[in-house]
Ligand binder design. Sequence first.
Ligand code: ZN
Length: 366
Amino acid sequence: MRFYMPTELLDDENCVEKHSDRFLALGKNALIVTGKNSARNNGSFDDVTAALDKQGIAWTEFAEIEENPSVETVMKGKDAAIQNNADFIIGIGGGSPLDAAKAIALMAAHPEAGAESLYGGDLDSNALPMAAVPTTCGTGSEATGVAVLTRHELKTKGSIPYRIFPKVAFIDGKYLVDAPMSLIISTAVDALSHIVESYFMLKADEYSRMAAMHGLKVWARSKPILLGERYLNAQDRRNLMCASTLAGMAIAQTGTSIPHALSYPLTYELGIPHGRAVGYFLGAFLEEAPDEEKWELLTTGGFRNISEFKVFLKRLVGDIEVTEEVLNRGYEMVKDDPKRMECSIFPVSHEDLRKIVYGQDAQKFA
Ligand code: ZN
């Protein structure tokens, strides 16, 4: 086995303020990579800039990360880092800004490299040091080396072939205070998918499963609030953030599986948020898994059987208007890709894959 997760995790209320000295170890001049508004609205941007000011660290802002960030946006961020002489990067936000920040950290360390190198795999993985401040509870990006970007030329999303771990992650549930419930649900479903998918990977071992299983235990405490049975409190927000990071630690070891691969066309073509798009396939995927492991996961998550799991998930994911064309694209992309078809501890045949892809709306796509 090998468990590699070289990020210092600080999970604490007001941890950016309390541990502002951590930024000093990263550099003297930061580029802050965020989305357009949310980091300003949830207080994370103010916390980070106050911490930098306190430590006498110069900073500039690159607040242009869109949802499902593109290669083009990363290249603009690279230019911003170089023009401002940034010597480290701080990503603030959900998966989009954190993943973009990693790619910008990589490209800024290779000024001569063009956009084609992002997926070309021809660079060494030297990158500017990076800090992550997650403000949603699903991506786990703060604990992984993975960066997923949108590739318009291929009309889908995909991970770049480099591993760029943040040096330090500041995890604080308070950034979820004003998050809309729809965002919390979608990102929490993403975290659940990371747990389930990681668990069944061939690369999974006792150590990655430790992160996945404990993540699931922590995650399951929030089931009532995800179903709208009561409001979130501060402990719920801490739980959701912690579960997401533990799930990230698991996929950092194993990668993700078929539901993630199938989700990308749904997000690209139909604009369905990542967590809901993955959740659409997750129940049928778990149904195909071997009984012993499936049972272990279901009981840890507090589900009596697979049907209860699927009903629960359906309530969270809601109705998704998929088209047969988009499902077909997902099926065609995955069916002959050994990286996806042969990554699980159980064999997945084309017939099994059809059930996972079309099973949700079996009558409609019969
Ligand atoms: Zn995901």
